[in-house]
Structures are given as C-alpha cells and as structure tokens.
Design a binder for this molecule. Sequence first.
Ligand code: GLC
Ligand code: MG
Length: 744
Amino acid sequence: MSTKEKSSNSKDKGKKKSGKKDQLHLQLFSIHGLIRGENLELGRDADTGGQTKYVVELTKALGELPKVRQVDLFTRLVDDKRVSSDYKQEIEPLGEKSRIVRIRCGGKRYIRKELLWPHLSEFVDNVVRFNKKENITPDLLHGHYADAGYVARQLSKLLGIPYVFTGHSLGRSKKHSLSSKGMSEKQMVEKFNINERIQAEEDVLRTAAHVVVSTRHEIENQYSLYENGDKAQFTVIPPGIDVEKFYPYYYDHDSNFNKPEPYIQAREKMNGEFARFYYNKDKPLILTICRPDRRKNIQGLITAYGENKELQAIANLAVFAGIRKDIDNLDENEKEVLTEMLLLMDKYDLYGKMALPKKHNPTTEVPELFRIAANTQGVFVNSAFNEPFGITLIEAASAGVPIVGPDDGGPNDIVKNCKNGILVDTTDTKALGNAIKSILIDEEKWREYSNNGVNGVRKHYAWTAHAESFLDKVDSVIGDSKKSTVAHGVTEAPGWRFTEFDKMLITDIDDTLVGDDKALKEFIKIIEKNRDKVGFGVATGRSLELVEEILKEKKIPTPDVIISSVGTEIYYGTNLKNLSSDSGWEAHISYQWKPERIKEVLSEFDFLTPQKRDGERNFKISYNMEPNNDNLALIHQHLTENKLRYQLIYSHGAYLDILPQRASKGRAIKYLGNKWGIAPDHILVSGDSGNDYEMLYGKRLAVVVGNHSPEIESLRGNRLVYFADSNYAAGIIEGIRHYRFLEI
Ligand code: GLC
Ligand code: MG
C-alpha cells in the first residue's frame, strides 16, 4: 500500500498533464491586510475587512470538501512590532487540509495595500520557490482583489495552471466615486496607485478562467466599466454567511446552549431600546434593517403598517435605518428619507407601536435583533423596490425569521431555495401589509417558513454550500492547462518544464556554442538525449531577435530559457513564436536604473561609439570601444561621480555594455536557480569571453572553451572552472564529461 502511494505521488506531475485528478490542490491568494485563522481584526484598518473574512471562511470550507486534497491561502508575511506576532508565522494550519502560508515581499513592515505593487513580483517568485520546495503542483489558483489577481495571473502564465479571480472591489468604481468627491487623477495615482490597479484588473479579465462575483449587479454595474468586461467568464456565487453568528433563535431556549456573552449584552440593550418605544413589547415584531436610502422604500413599509389597523393591533414595527446622531447632519438623500419616516409615523399616529432606534451594533446586535423578531414570532421585511442580492433576508432566515421581500433578483432565488416567505410587489402597500399579516396570523405557516429558512440557508448559503458550488463551477477548467495558457497567448506554459528537471546547462552562444558546426551537431544530440533530465538555456550578449536568428540558422533546438542582452532579459518557451518574458526579473533589475542619465553622462566621451546593430534595449546600453584601461577608469569615475548605479561589462576587446546594477548573465542565472529551486552545483555554464566572466565565476560548474579570449585567463586555477582544451561546442562536451554532468 505505502509503496503504491509513493509511486502515485511521484507521478503526480505527469498525471496532471494528462487530465483530471481525483483530488485537488487549490491555492488562494489574498495578499494585503492582516489575516489569521481566528479573531480577525476586522475593521482595524482599511485593508482588514470583509475580504479577509471571506478568504479565511472560503479556505476553511474548501478544505472540508472530500474532493479537495489541500488548500493553501497565501498572504503576506508581516513581521512588525506594531501588529500581533501571529502574522509572522510562516505556516498556520486552519483545518486538517487547509492552512495559511505567509510569504515575504517588500520587507517586513506592515504597509498599506497600495504600496505593495512594486513588490508583487517578489511575492510571485517566493510562491514558486515555496511550491518547488514542498513539491506542490497546484491544480487551480484563485486571486482575491487586484493585487492577488496580478500574482495569480503571473503564476498561471508561468506554470500553465488556470486561475480564477474575485475582485471584492474594483478600481474603476473607486475612481468614479473619488472623482465625484472631487479628488484629482493625480491624487488618486499618488495615494492609491489607482491606474496600476485598474490595469491589473483589465489584464485579469482577459485571462482568468472564471471571475467569481457575489451578485449579477456587480457584473452589470461594476465590471461593465472595464474594456475587457465582456471577455470575462463570470460566475455568480453568493458569499457564504456566518451561520454561527446568525444561529437560530431556538438555541437560546436550550439550557445546554452557552450563549456568547456579547449576544447576551446585545439582547439586554435591544430590549431596553424597545421599552422606550412600545406599549407592549411582547407583540410579534415586524422588523426591517437597511440603509436610509430612498430605494429601500422604508416609506412603503411604514405606510403599509399605518394603513392596516389590524396589523397594528397584532404587531409592532421596528425600523433600523442606519446609525445617526443628528438627522440635520446627514446627507440630503438620508435626511429626506428619515424625515419622511418621522412624518409618516406621526401621520398614522404610530406612537407606542413603532420603534426608530438611532443606532445599533452590526456585529452583535443585528443577529440578536433577528432572534428577537423570531422569538416574538415576527417577520423580517425588506421592502426595497428591487434587491440584487438581499443579504439581510438570508441572515434573517438563518436566525429563523420568516421573510417578506420584493419579487425581484436575489429574493427570488432565496425564496426559491428556502421556501421561507412571501414576495410581493413592494410598491403596492396593501399587498405588502397583507403578506406580512398572512404570516403573522397563521402559526403553522410561520413555523414552516421559520424552519425552512434555518435549514435552507445552511444548505444553500453557508460557506460549505458556497465552496461546493465554487468547485462545481470551476471544475471544467481544472486539469486543462491548455485553456489557461491559451488565454495568456502562450502555447505552452514556460515554467512547466522547470518544475520537472533539477539540472540546467546554460551556455554562451557566440564563440562558445557556435563556431564549429560539427561539434555543435554532436552537442545537440547530447542535449536531445537528456532533455527530460536537464533544462537547456543560452545566455548571451545578443538581443532576442539576434538569438532567434542564430538558433534558426544553426538549427539549434529552442532552449527552455533564453537569457539575452547580457542578462537583462529572460524568456521562457518551447516555441520561438511564443516566448514569454520573466516579469519578476524585469521588476528586480529596474531598481535604480536611469538609462537617460547614463547616456547623457557618457555622451561626452568621444572614444565611445554607440553600437548601431544592437545598441539599446530597455536595460542595456552598448558602445564600441578600443581596449584602453585608462578610458575604462574614466567611465567608472564619471558614472560614480554622478551617483549612477550600473554594471559595466567589457568584452572581446571591443564591446562595452552598461547594465542595471542588479543585472548580468551570472545574476540572471542565480535568479533562475533560486526561483525554480535548482542548486548551483546542478547548473553547468560555459563561455569564452569577458561578458561570461561573472557567470563562470562562482558556485556553479563552469567550463571555459579552448578558444577563449585572454580577458578571462584570470579564472584559471579556480576549482569550479574547467578550462577545456577543445574549442567551441567540443569544449562544452569536454566539460560535461569532466563533471560527469550528463550521459554522453
Ligand atoms: C552582442 C550584442 C552586443 C553586446 C555584445 C557583448 O554582440 O549584440 O550589443 O555589446 O554582445 O556583450
Ligand atoms: Mg561569446
């Protein structure tokens, strides 16, 4: 048994390619804010709110499903005295099959989400490394909010694993609302990095396998603002509700039930509140809770109650319309609604029967209000004209209160699923009053609706239900790495190969790999024979276009990785037509790179001639220069005096390359080794000239071909640098033999 298990594990990766797996490994990403398994600090700051709760609940619920082998929720590791030390724990188990994994990026301090953008590539790289270390090949990625959407997209592109996205809130909507408040574009960019966010969202809409939303309303009113809004595959799944918070009213009647203290206090407080309004506070309660917004049609409900004497005799009305101190200080819309409410209360003389409390606590008092209503055998009413979702109806149902709501959108689904109340045309106040009354006077009906609500919510609207329908909806994209890579415009995931081998051979091109066609042929044979064990890469001064040219000309198989323009660019791919660049590397080397200033400073030297053929790339400026040590010193002196950060590489006694401080062929290889988890002594590099110098010098296995330039003679004598006698590709082969690196 155990051997069988082992062998099926080691085949895991191979199995992945061939299609469906019986059990899934899911990885969720929610980067900002403070996330932990218990006692979330909701509302502590703008980044620690509903989303953090959502992702923790979702992760736990997914981890409970039999179809799931493991769920990881990745978030940022924060090691900062100002916050709890919980957030610096690398791994925090949530359940048997679920955990939080904290990943470093952008230092240790807790910083607000808008400042994380420059560090997201680091997050991506560290996730790749984590997965390689743990030998994980996830089946599906799920990014939450634009920042994690970006991360999931990058990972998806690298690994060819499909990803889904949940926005939680969107940049374009935020931009609209900020500009209506008078904020300028410039301020929005400075404060919120708003355009970067919007761009990330646009890219995600184009490439995610699914975009999960809570309501249709989100698609129609928010995603419709996006250029790529029509390219996305939307999936509506309402968030799960916290059924423990909205536990049924009858638990309170059970002497074994330990009612949490905050709810005990909330109950007392609300009872005291009602005592201020009602003659008889034991009557059934007609309850509504909503924002004081005209479209919520509170006026309709008060009218329905006011017009219906019978209803007034049977039940009390309680309207919780937001939280207020002084109506005069509210904004126009709210002021109008509340004033009208008071006028109607007066008009129908509802004193002693109607409560209009000024405030309530949403976390503890709202669930308790539902239970009070249920306890009196009351009804919860949402009298809005229309309601896309209707979360309060679900919460009320969960606590055991029958509902009356508008015959529209969300409520339609709720009543269809739960059969727990009556939907009416809420503009018809008579119908509204009658619907409420019909439930209040029929005890049997009341009980049926109450029970149906409690059970229905647990079946359809708890997190387990959400997780189940999530898996159901995304099932069709799982195991289909093709789909995701096609969405990204890549034929095969570049990183795919990198998860399979643990050795790399990386060679310079000019005067190392090429120069002797016969030896090259032999070299190609060796590579092809070992292709499943070793990654093959080139590292060259040439730009990508010139690499492609020579690969075609010499019929060299497409490398797994191309490090071009002296290490400033990294490309992956199996097909030259469809390469993808490593954006993590670009982000890393762009640090303090000021090409315009460098060109300006160097323009005064007439011993430098800008190269014509391949002079400039994003991260490389190249000149031709006669060998002259004094001139080299002069260049260094000038650049340093101007406080410029750079890397200077002189080769072949002819070429001068200026690169970003962090870039070079050697550093690019080091980065690749780290990112894909390949140890330095599993990497063989070969070269011939000065621009190979620092890639040959280090912990890797290095081979210098016989025909090398004198510039690198000084490497001789290093234990890990082998000087071959043979020239060109024959020299590399000699090196492979020397290190017994591959089977020949
Ligand atoms: C290649 C590049 C050139 C560079 C040289 C040395 O020939 O085309 O721009 O200066 O390599 O790195
Ligand atoms: Mg060379």
